[in-house]
Write a protein that binds this ligand. Structure first.
Ligand code: SAH
Length: 367
């Protein structure tokens, strides 16, 4: 399926831009032609994703001469690490440079035996949600499969730890890049890829209807999170311009017919969307599609002049929702000291400031 494109200045066949089964078929044919055993193909594929190696020369169980033949024909492109920051709470943030100079962010969030990666799907974002840092940088381009799945590969190489959970809550709107996100989901889930359970992979969207349908058509149980953020069209339009194209009623209907349970994301903006009547309206929406509600504390360093709702007021808002029988959780902030809210590190770099600020909160968590 995905073939290397001409514009990435590489000559070899990009093994990271193929599904594992395709890469294995291609490698098997190559091995046979080179007089090698066909099982060498599976060994190489294992080192693409599940047990990654930096390059062919580090695949030590392969004969040296075969490694050299592979390197002449195939590419395993790297993402260049530009910055890496570790929070006191263990959250770690990575800024990668891509082959064309584009920058993207990835965040690793350890919690007990879990390691959740928050990955980016686009360079920048076109959607301009009023409180989001990524929106302020505008849209550059869609990432390709090897750049989205490549973030997981690079972080595994850098940390030596296998992620257990993936959330598409980094930069960009994954369902506006379905062409690359679709095969990426396969690589994440496939036993010959990362082998991460579909229920541990969450796609977060503002509510791109065709994308929700496409995700629902996948047979695996990938999870869907929808950024709601306001319980009425009038208010949601002011926060999320995309609401003009995909109004709430249609988004809720898409969530209702989606065959798995969905999560609502709701960022708490003081004096804007955090009154008791908002909670009641939100309950109505959640009931219609049996959603689980995740309340997100606003993180400083986003965009606009919003203030965070106090923890007490968030708790009160949650109680209103829970009292009406809808499941609700308050999301924990992670990486507060490293500007870990998605988009922040790149924005701060572009401004030429140090990205670390004690008042910066990182929202990078996990549906
Ligand atoms: N485009 C997708 C995925 C990326 S954003 C989406 O919108 O769902 C992932 C989540 O982070 C979204 O719910 C987004 O609204 C939220 N977010 C963005 N900026 C934030 C901020 N400053 N504070 C808290 N959450 C934020």
């Amino acid at each position: 399926m995905t073939r290397p494109q001409q514009n990435d200045q590489r000559k070899g066949t990009n093994l990271l831009d193929m599904l594992p089964a395709e890469a294995e078929a291609e490698l098997r044919a190559f091995a046979i032609e080179a007089g090698e055993k066909p099982f060498r193909a599976a060994q190489v594929v294992q080192h693409l994703w599940h047990a990654p190696r930096e390059d062919f020369s580090a695949m030590h169980e392969l004969p040296k001469s075969f490694r050299e033949l592979l390197a002449a024909k195939f590419e395993i492109p790297r993402l260049t690490l530009e910055a890496r920051q570790l929070s006191t709470d263990g959250t770690e943030k990575f800024l990668f440079r891509l082959f064309d100079g584009e920058h993207i962010e990835t965040v690793a969030i350890p919690e007990g035996s879990r390691l959740t990666l928050c990955i980016s799907s686009q360079g920048g974002c076109a959607l301009q949600c009023s409180f989001c840092a990524t929106g302020t940088m505008g849209f550059s381009r869609n990432l390709r499969m090897f750049e989205i799945a490549g973030q997981v590969r690079e972080v595994t190489l850098l940390t030596g730890r296998q992620p257990t959970n993936i959330v598409f809550m980094g930069m960009g709107e994954p369902l506006m890049n379905w062409k690359a996100v679709d095969p990426t989901l396969t690589v994440l889930n496939d036993a010959k890829g990362f082998g991460i359970g579909a229920r541990h992979i969450t796609v977060s969207t503002v509510g791109i209807l065709p994308g929700i349908v496409a995700l629902g058509e996948r047979k695996e149980q990938f999870r869907l999170a929808i950024s709601i953020h306001a319980p009425s069209d009038a208010l949601r339009r002011t926060l999320m311009p995309i609401n003009a194209k995909y109004p709430l009623a249609q988004v809720i209907e898409a969530a209702r017919v989606f065959d798995r349970r969905v999560t609502f994301e709701y960022v708490m903006l003081s004096g804007v969307n955090d009154r008791p009547e908002h909670a009641s309206q939100l309950v109505e929406l959640a009931r219609r599609c049996k959603a689980f509600v995740n309340l997100i504390p606003l993180h400083a360093g986003g965009a606009g002049n919003f203030n965070a709702t106090s923890p007490q007021a968030i708790a009160a808002f949650a109680r209103v929702i829970r009292a009406k029988g809808v499941e609700v959780a308050i999301r924990k902030s992670r990486g507060k000291d490293i500007a870990a809210a998605c988009g922040q590190l790149r924005v701060e770099r572009q401004r030429g400031r140090t990205p670390v600020g004690s008042d910066q909160h990182g929202d990078v968590q996990v549906a």
